[in-house]
Structure formats: C-alpha cells, structure tokens
Write a protein that binds this ligand. Structure first.
Ligand code: DAH
Length: 339
C-alpha cells in the first residue's frame, strides 16, 4: 500500500510539473483529490485494511494529500501569474507598426476660391447674408427692376416651380431681401448657388455667385472701383489692374462689366486672356434708385453699389481651367492637383 502511495505521489508530482494552464491543474486536482479522486478513494478504502495497519497507512495517505494540495496551490499561483502576463502581452499595442496608407481629401477648387473671395470681402468689412434657393419672382426679378418682358424672365431661361416661384437665377435677390428689412448702412456679400437652363463649356445649370452690396449716403462708382481694386490685388497679385466697361443690368445704373488684368501675362496677352491682356470677371454697378425705392430705402437719401461674381468663372480664370464641366466631373485625380 505504502509503495502504491509513493508511486502515486510521484505520478502526481510529474503531472503537476507538466501542467501548463490553470484549467489543466484543476483537472489534476479533481483526478487525485476530488470527491472520487484516486487518493480520496484510497482513503475510503482504509476501513477495509486490518486494524493494525490503518493508523500508519492513514497517516501516510493524509500526508500525501497535504503534499498534493501544497504542490497544486503553488503551481496554480505560478500559472495564474503566467497566464495574466501572457494576456497582457497579447493585448499590447505595437505602436511601431505602420498603418495602412490612406488618402487625405482636399478642398475642391470651387470651395477654395469661394472661401478666398469671402475672406477678402469679410476682411474689407462686408458681412455674409444668405437667402433661399427656391425664390419668389418678386425678389429674383420684380424688386430688382427686371420687368415682366425682360428676356431672362422667359420660362426657358429659368427653372420655374410655379408662376411666381422659381429656382433663383441670381444671388441678387438676397440684396432685395436684406434691403427690405434693414436701415442702411448695408455692407453685405451673399454667396450661394443659382440655377439656369444652360449647359456648355462655360455654363452649368447650377453655378455659384457671390453678390456684393453696399448702401449708404454718398456712395459712388469710384467707391466700387476702389473696393474691386482691393479685391483684385488680393485675389491675383499686387499689380493687378481693374477695368470697367459699360454694360447693362436692370438693377444698376450705370452698369459695368469688370475685367482684371491677366494674372498670367500681366496684360501682354496670352492664351488664358485670349490675347487681350484682360480677364472678364464680374458684373457691377451703382444700385438703380428704382431698386432702392422698391425695397423701401429712399433713393433721395441713400445710394449704393452692387456687384456679382461667378465663383466658377473666378476659379477658371484663377487656375486657367478651359472647361467649366471639369469642375463638376468629380474626378479626384484632377481635384487632387489642388492639394
Ligand atoms: N446678377 C448678375 C448676374 O447674374 C450679376 C450682377 C451684375 C450682380 C451686376 C450685381 C450687379 O449685383 O450689380 O449675371
């Protein structure tokens, strides 16, 4: 019996030493000293031994049991530490690993130019105003002195929703909305999308404008020229010049087309300016007194200037882009050049 116990102890010891996980060491515990474990069963057999052998064998068995318990709890403590360490190691972040590469987006050239123009004018004291893209013809046309028989009022030139509601064809309507509710001085820019049924290399059914309006006492065409010269120098270069050509808009009197000296050739003539040395950029003028009166501002006290810049046109001129449709293609290879 004693020999059996010694052999068993040795077996247990080897199994404990070979255990590599807490779950395995638990199996060893159940196998030998669990309720029906091998050593437990030997203890149960004690009663069948001759009475003189029982005390010595019993003592031996109990000592063996204590030895096994100690071996198991020591090994268990060791394995708990080991497993915790392994878990921590597996959760460790390797910050030296390089990330999969990803491409950072860039601003669209139209967004770049739009923010640039807004920055220039807000820097000159203009505040930003907004208006609805679905507009009443009252603001898009009537208050702006665009009579019913004006060509741009024909249905084919505008996207109408009903007789007197349309997708705005110009941001000029915002100036009427602002004038109607504001006592001058007014000094605003109104950026926004506008819609017209045109589609070719220099026109798109949707494009963006920035409207400018300054209304105060004693505002003149010279003030308009001054502010546009400041704009031109910041938008292009310090040496950029501004040229006014007579034009016609119903809401301004006099009206002008504004050209900037070509930023590429400096006025000598190149392919961007088609040899003229000038780039046509915007429309402007002195606010027609009829418009002021229409919007509740007395033209006998106040006057003002207004201008309208096409953002697509400004972007094409600034970057020498020949076809407006490139700007709407969404080709990331093209846009990426503006990084
Ligand atoms: N609304 C004009 C257009 O869409 C642009 C414009 C021209 C706006 C002259 C103005 C202006 O305020 O004074 O073509």
């Amino acid at each position: 019996m004693e020999n059996n116990i010694v052999a068993l102890l040795e077996k247990v010891n080897n199994e404990i030493l070979a255990s590599e996980s807490t779950s395995h060491i638990n199996e060893v515990r159940i196998k030998y000293i669990g309720r029906t474990g091998l050593l437990t069963n030997m203890l149960k057999e004690l009663k069948n031994l001759p009475s003189q052998e029982r005390p010595t064998v019993g003592k031996f068995l109990n000592e063996a049991r204590i030895t096994i318990e100690n071996l198991i709890s020591n090994k268990l403590a060791e394995l708990i530490v080991y497993e915790q360490k392994k878990k921590e190691e597996s959760e460790l972040l390797d910050i030296s690993l390089s990330l999969p590469s990803f491409k950072r987006g860039v601003l669209h050239p139209l967004s770049i130019v739009k923010s640039e123009i807004i920055d220039i004018f807000t820097g000159l004291g203009f505040s930003i105003e907004d208006g609805p893209e679905i507009e009443l013809s009252k603001y898009n046309f009537e208050l702006l002195n665009i009579p019913t028989d004006h060509p741009s009022r024909a249905f084919c030139d505008s996207f109408y929703i009903s007789d007197n509601i349309l997708l705005r064809t110009q941001t000029s309507g915002i100036q009427a909305r602002v004038m109607e509710k504001t006592v001058p001085p007014i000094k605003i820019i109104c950026p926004g999308k506008v819609y017209r049924p045109d589609d070719d290399a220099t026109h798109s059914p949707m494009f963006q404008q920035i409207e400018g309006l300054y209304v105060d006492k004693n505002v003149s065409l010279a003030d308009l020229k001054h502010i546009l010269e400041l704009f031109a120098k910041k938008f292009f270069t310090e040496s950029t010049k501004v040229r006014f050509r007579p034009s016609y808009f119903p809401f301004t009197e006099p009206s002008v087309e504004v050209d900037l000296s070509c930023a590429i050739c400096g006025g000598a003539g190149c392919s961007l300016c088609k040899g003229t040395g000038w780039l046509e950029l915007l429309g402007a003028g002195v606010v027609n007194p009829i418009v002021l009166d229409n919007c509740g501002i007395s033209s006998s006290i106040y006057n003002g200037y207004a201008f309208g810049i096409g953002i697509e046109r400004a972007t094409m001129v600034k970057y020498g882009i020949p076809d407006m449709r490139i700007l709407f293609d969404g080709d990331v290879r093209y846009i990426d050049q503006f990084r």
